[in-house]
Design a binder for this molecule. Structure first.
Ligand SMILES: Nc1nc2c(ncn2[C@@H]2O[C@H](COP(=O)(O)OP(=O)(O)OP(=O)(O)O)[C@@H](O)[C@H]2O)c(=O)[nH]1
Ligand SMILES: [Mg+2]
Length: 391
């Protein structure tokens, strides 16, 4: 539009329909204030003001959506939060498709995302640990990946027909099924409630002889109990409720170190570093005579899928721990020496697979659970078959 045309239109501004006027504004050809100065009727002024407000609103909505999409792309939100945004119409599927790398199938998984409410017992409700089993403990700070390790292990054992359940603790058996079923659907467990604890009794088939079984009690508890043991010592209020830890069963102890929390430098909001806590808890376990009854200490460096691309994960884990957890490693070796090499020390990286939005498992990786199964079978005792069906 040239200057002459513009003057012509402004002179006859009240002869144009509203639709034409909004087109002039949208095309940035004539502004509303120019129209008002040219004598636009009050009625049309009111309509155009509303029109401009709507445009303004749309612009800020668009910016808000773009900002949300960028945060989603940067994994700022977990699956639950994105699901909420979709349900509240803060975002649409079209927004996600247009502005993020999410595809339709992932959006569908987010829409349908529902974690099973896990059934955690308080200590008081649990039966005592069955004796004549090896007790398997996982110690690590909240969020380090303990429940995910268990979920991936149970999934692996079941998929490969390596497990027999024991129903002494029904709550434990249900918990195992919940963990495994959700995992199979790519849904990761919610954080273990602060006071939550459970134990799962099951037998793992021996590698060489399918009639032999390794009887185990897996003890799962929240990272808060671990923190509390670090700060206040092992007591009946944390790791040794019900005298579980002090029973006579042989033990396998897994120390779970969160690689991601270390790299992020925030240590998942913890007051103390994992390195300091591990060293103290190891010492406390020895003080309580637990290491005497221990057949293996495992150090898991979890979330190893987040290691730099292309590295040899076992080698990288060893180098990483040697650099950042040197004292803890050396203390483990000292304890081993002190106990006349009566327990094994095993270090390895652990990954459940590829994780997205904190709660969604995109692809399952069996490498680590396979390794851990071997490591448990190697250092726990076995008994003869229950059925004697196979020879
Ligand atoms: N990338 C990646 N993330 C993982 C892996 N394992 C766990 N995570 C992430 O870590 C989060 C916490 O894992 P959990 O297993 O719930 O941690 P926890 O140690 O049981 O924590 P508490 O129950 O709070 O003590 C999961 O929701 C995942 O987002 C892994 O192998 N790879
Ligand atoms: Mg947990």
């Amino acid at each position: 539009m040239n200057k002459r045309e513009k003057i012509q239109i402004l002179t006859n501004i009240n002869t144009f329909d509203i639709d034409v006027l909004t087109d002039f504004i949208s095309a940035n050809q004539i502004t509303l204030s120019e129209m008002i100065s040219a004598g636009l009727s009050e009625e049309k002024q009111a309509e155009l003001k509303q029109f401009e407000e709507r445009i303004q609103q749309q612009k800020s909505d668009k910016n808000r959506v773009l900002a949300l999409c960028k945060d989603i792309e940067d994994s700022v939100f977990d699956a639950k939060a994105i699901k909420r945004m979709l349900l509240n119409n803060e975002l649409t599927e079209a927004d996600l498709l247009a502005n993020t790398s999410l595809d339709q199938s992932l959006i569908k998984r987010i829409r349908n995302f529902e974690q099973t409410k896990l059934n955690f017992n308080l200590w008081d409700d649990l039966p005592p640990l069955e004796d004549k089993r090896t007790d398997v403990y996982f110690f690590g700070q909240p969020g380090s990946g303990k429940s995910c390790v268990l979920a991936s292990l149970f999934y692996f054992l079941e998929k490969n027909g390596l497990m027999q359940v024991d129903l002494t603790n029904l709550a434990g058996a249900t918990y195992r099924a919940q963990l495994k079923d959700d995992f199979e659907y790519g849904i990761l467990p919610e954080s273990t409630t602060v006071d939550g604890v459970n134990y799962i009794a099951l037998d793992i088939r021996n590698k060489e002889d399918r009639n032999k079984w390794h009887p185990l009690n897996f003890i799962e508890m929240s990272g808060e109990h671990f923190n509390s043991a670090f700060e206040q010592g092992i007591s009946a209020d944390n790791l040794n409720q019900k005298n579980y830890l002090l029973n006579e069963n042989r033990k396998l102890i897994f120390f779970v170190i969160d690689y991601d929390a270390h790299v992020q430098g925030r240590e998942a909001g913890q007051r103390f570093s994992q390195a300091s806590m591990m060293v103290n808890v190891l010492e406390l376990l020895d003080d309580q005579g637990i290491l005497k009854k221990t057949d293996a200490v495992y150090i898991l460096l979890t979330k190893s899928d987040l290691f730099p691309d292309g590295v040899d994960r076992k080698k990288f884990a060893m180098e990483f721990l040697n650099e950042h957890y040197r004292n803890f490693l050396e203390n483990c070796k000292d304890q081993k020496f002190k106990h006349n090499e009566s327990f094994k020390l095993v270090v390895f990286p652990y990954s459940i697979g590829q994780v997205k939005f904190n709660d969604i498992l995109m692809a399952i990786d069996d490498t680590s659970p396979k390794y851990i199964t071997e490591a448990i079978r190697s250092f726990s005792f076995y008994k003869k078959t229950k059925t004697g069906l196979f020879n």
